[in-house]
Design a protein around this ligand. Sequence first.
Ligand code: NI
Length: 207
Amino acid sequence: MFNKKRSIINGFIIGIVILILLGIFLPRPKPSMQSSESPQAVLIGGAFELIDQNGAPKTNLSFHDQYMLIYFGYSFCPDVCPIDLQKISMALSTLDEEGMDTSDLQPLFITIDPERDTPENLNEYMKNFHPKILALSGSVEAIKTATKAYRVYVNKGEVNEDGSYLMDHSSIIYLMGKRGEYIDHFSPDISPTIMADKIKLVLTSDQ
Ligand code: NI
């Protein structure tokens, strides 16, 4: 009886040791990873030529030497996009409150609905969110190039009698490095605090 209990305890300890070793040695994505070793670095990101909410042309090279926090969505989105933009805003506010220097970080909201999201419309819409977020629009073709580069799923829904429609789309927030390389991504269920922490880690690891 005693021995059986003992072997259970031993088994338990061995199990824990194996889990710890796995945790140490298994490869995992590091937020500061900026090399092309990561498969995502090859798959996600690329060139874009768009127009910002103030009507100024912006390409991926406009943000060279800056980290980009990129979110794709559309201003007519009834639920997911405004919530995600709110989360990004809260994460940015957290960094502000902590006195973090975010001059190296450019948050971008790229529309997937350029037909309705004109720069003027986006300029109005972005007043609801953190002022640091820059919204980008462009031609249908230019937006297609950008969504393709970032592997964003977009599907325009049926157009209603009043001309309204929904856009089905994937909601992922990308953190890209200073040379446009993939660093990390956040799913919509992430908390703004954790997002802020992860961004902070990347910004401070660069010093
Ligand atoms: Ni949306």
